[in-house]
Design a protein around this ligand. Sequence first.
Ligand SMILES: Nc1nc2c(c(=O)[nH]1)N=C([C@H](O)[C@H](O)COP(=O)(O)OP(=O)(O)OP(=O)(O)O)CN2
Ligand SMILES: [Zn+2]
Length: 149
Amino acid sequence: MSSIRLTRLFTFEAAHALQNYKGGCRNIHGHSYKLEVTIIGTPIVSETHPNDGMVMDFKELKKIVQETIIEPIDHALLLRQDAPLELVEALRHLSHKLVLTPFQPTCENMLIDFKQKLRHLLPPQVRLHSLKLWETEKSFAEWYASDNL
Ligand SMILES: Nc1nc2c(c(=O)[nH]1)N=C([C@H](O)[C@H](O)COP(=O)(O)OP(=O)(O)OP(=O)(O)O)CN2
Ligand SMILES: [Zn+2]
């Protein structure tokens, strides 16, 4: 039996601010994020199975990631939950898509959050292998299951 990795690429737009950061990123600004989700498993061997030859249907992976990770934050503003109350209230009043996070919304923390959300939703025959989040064209962070045994 051969283990095979499958990767699906996702893109989303989000704004954030890094609270207390010493530099421009403390201001609200946006990124066109890219997320690579890699799972690992062995392909199904069953001539009668609709997913014969697949570790997992790419479409199924897309649905899980899209609904769990992408849709809640696409075109949203991510702020740490202790952001100034007046700002939070003003944004809510203007019906902005605001997501308050219990962590500083860095690449690193977003990956930890994504990993926690995804792990329990994948079918039993596959495992989450790694996540790679591109914040800019030049900067990305990665989470690997093998780094966290
Ligand atoms: N370890 C981390 N460092 C930084 C993060 C992060 O998530 N993890 N995030 C930021 C900012 O949010 C943002 O990514 C900085 O973007 P940008 O100003 O475009 O980055 P650069 O200055 O590197 O880009 P240049 O094109 O070279 O100006 C900051 N740090
Ligand atoms: Zn940023």
